[in-house]
Design a protein around this ligand. Structure first.
Ligand SMILES: *[C@@H]1O[C@H](CO)[C@@H](O)[C@H](O)[C@H]1NC(C)=O
Ligand SMILES: *[C@@H]1O[C@H](CO)[C@@H](O)[C@H](O)[C@H]1NC(C)=O
Length: 502
């Protein structure tokens, strides 16, 4: 269970003695500052809703540094209710903008969001969200998938989805239901899902199927929000992509968290990113919002030794640690865990203590190097304001193909042979490096937030479902995946009520 934070307990009336001033010395202007984002709209249901505040001064200039982390106060209430069960956090991005996020533990008829600075309303505050305003656990799907896509402001087309599905001119659920378990079911851990009438059914294959919880969770979350198309598909719970046939003949559609240049698996956002979206302000502390408020010192004050920590899951990681021991002023790389290779302290040094992810951003240069497959920390690294140096790799997550080398990150060779040279380039071109860091951060902010992840999943299943040439079926041995029923504050869904009355 997560704890409930009630708005009554947050320090809202913080007494402010200082005048917030912009870099130019001007005062923060409540009228000129602006507020925007999906969290101001009732129909965008997210586990943690969010919106942005940009501080602007009385001259109309945007703040580019923080006006102070307590510059704004936010109060969220349900006017009709005595208590509003909502947790609110204001995250200072230190660039003049803030993320306000809130997690609702109950649904409300309407919601009032007040944003103030020194007792004056900011921008168009108060914002009234005419409801119903549903919380994450409310089972109240929008019947019209395309209307939902519009409400969520999802992109028209997602290139990676098109790239992945181009290998499949049609999908025959009857055929894959038989053939995929025969081909992979013995040695691999797979989940066979059918979504029918917006209910989720599953049959697992293989021994290690614990990771199904992430897939179950996102599918249930989606079906609470939107009516999913009837669809039947297989999810690979293992690390490595599976469909390695060279020709496109007789290949099978397999959904995986990681894609590779030498396979034809259909990629989805990783379980790690998915889980962090679902559990934002809940079980997880590292997510795409929290990371934005913890990006360490400003660029100029960051330590210019490159940093890396991780486990020994790939031999290039051993190489990197060896390099670090040879050039400790240039690279600080060390293992926090030994598991895959023989632990040789004389070569790879002692195991070091874990450092908090946010502490990575004390360093200017972040090295991203594959683990077993792609290193799933890349979304968070990009969201910081350090520059990412990324190893060339056959492995990719759902968004890598949209990233551009030299624009969003600095590439280095798979065998690390040019890593020192690339680090030197970054040091010699500090201004350019800073801009690449900024572009990478911008990419993460605009493409990897919770709403983008929901869009990706829905679009993917929608596009895939159109390829089906027979009806998805609830197969023998499938069990229904039930919605969680431990919700403290059940909602009443207006869409369901209308139906019952008819
Ligand atoms: C920068 O980091 C390195 C490696 O972690 C450390 O040895 C060095 O003292 C740090 N430099 C400064 C100026 O703090
Ligand atoms: C994998 O494919 C991408 C995109 O085509 C390419 O840029 C990259 O160099 C390839 N990596 C390897 C190691 O083959």
């Amino acid at each position: 269970m997560f704890s409930l934070w009630l708005t009554c307990c947050l320090p809202l009336g913080t007494l402010l003695l200082a005048f917030w001033r912009s870099a130019a010395g001007n005062q923060l202007s409540p009228e000129q500052s602006f507020i925007w984002g999906p969290g101001l709209r009732a129909d965008v249901v997210l586990p943690a809703r969010y919106f942005y505040i940009q501080a602007v001064d009385t001259e109309g200039k945007r703040f580019t540094v923080s006006p102070g982390e307590n510059a704004f106060q936010v109060k969220i209430t349900a006017p009709e209710e005595q208590f509003t069960r909502v947790g609110v956090q204001i995250l200072d991005r230190k660039d003049g903008s803030f993320i306000v996020r809130y997690r609702m533990y109950a649904s409300y008829k309407s919601l009032k969001i007040e944003v103030q600075t020194k007792d004056r309303h900011v921008a168009k505050s108060p914002y009234i969200l005419k409801g119903p305003v549903y919380h994450e656990n409310c089972d109240c799907p929008q019947e019209d998938g395309n209307a939902w896509l519009e409400e969520m402001s999802c992109p028209q087309a997602i290139l990676q989805i098109q790239r992945d599905l181009v290998h499949f001119s049609t999908v025959d659920p009857d055929k894959i239901a038989k053939e995929i378990p025969q081909r992979f079911g013995q040695r691999q851990s797979l989940c066979h899902y059918t979504i029918k009438d917006n209910k989720v059914y599953i049959k697992t294959h293989g021994e290690h199927v614990g990771f199904r919880i992430f897939m179950d969770a996102i599918l249930l979350s989606l079906t609470r929000k939107v009516k999913m198309p009837d669809v039947e598909f297989f999810v690979n719970l293992g690390d490595w992509p599976l469909e390695k046939k060279k020709s496109s003949q007789d290949i099978h559609p397999i959904f995986s968290w990681c894609g590779s240049n030498d396979s034809k698996d259909i990629v989805m956002p990783t379980y790690d990113l998915t889980d962090s979206v679902l559990e934002t302000m809940g079980r997880v502390s590292l997510d795409m919002m929290s990371v934005q408020a913890n990006t360490g010192p400003p660029w100029e004050e960051k330590n210019s030794t490159a940093i890396w920590r991780g486990r020994d899951s790939r031999k290039e990681r051993l190489e990197l640690v060896k390099m670090s021991r040879k050039y400790p002023e240039i690279i600080d790389a060390a293992f926090t865990n030994f598991f895959f290779f023989k632990h040789d302290e004389s070569l790879y040094g002692p195991i070091v203590k874990h450092i908090s992810f946010f502490d990575f951003f004390k360093y200017k240069y972040q090295i991203n190097i594959d683990g077993t497959v792609a290193a799933y920390r890349l979304p968070y690294l990009l969201a910081g304001n350090s520059i990412v140096l990324k190893q060339d790799s056959i492995y990719y997550e759902h968004f890598y193909n949209e990233l551009q080398p030299w624009k969003h990150y600095i590439p280095f060779k798979n065998d690390l042979s040019d890593l020192l040279e690339k680090l030197q380039w970054a040091k010699d071109h500090d201004e350019e490096a800073k801009n690449i860091a900024k572009a990478g951060q911008e990419f993460a902010r605009n493409n990897l937030m919770g709403d983008h992840i929901f869009c990706y999943y829905f679009k993917l299943f929608q596009e895939y479902s159109k390829l089906q040439v027979s009806d998805p079926k609830v197969r023998d041995g499938m069990e229904k995946v039930e919605q969680p029923d431990d919700d403290l504050f059940p909602c009443s869904c207006h869409r369901k009520k209308v139906k019952e009355e008819l």
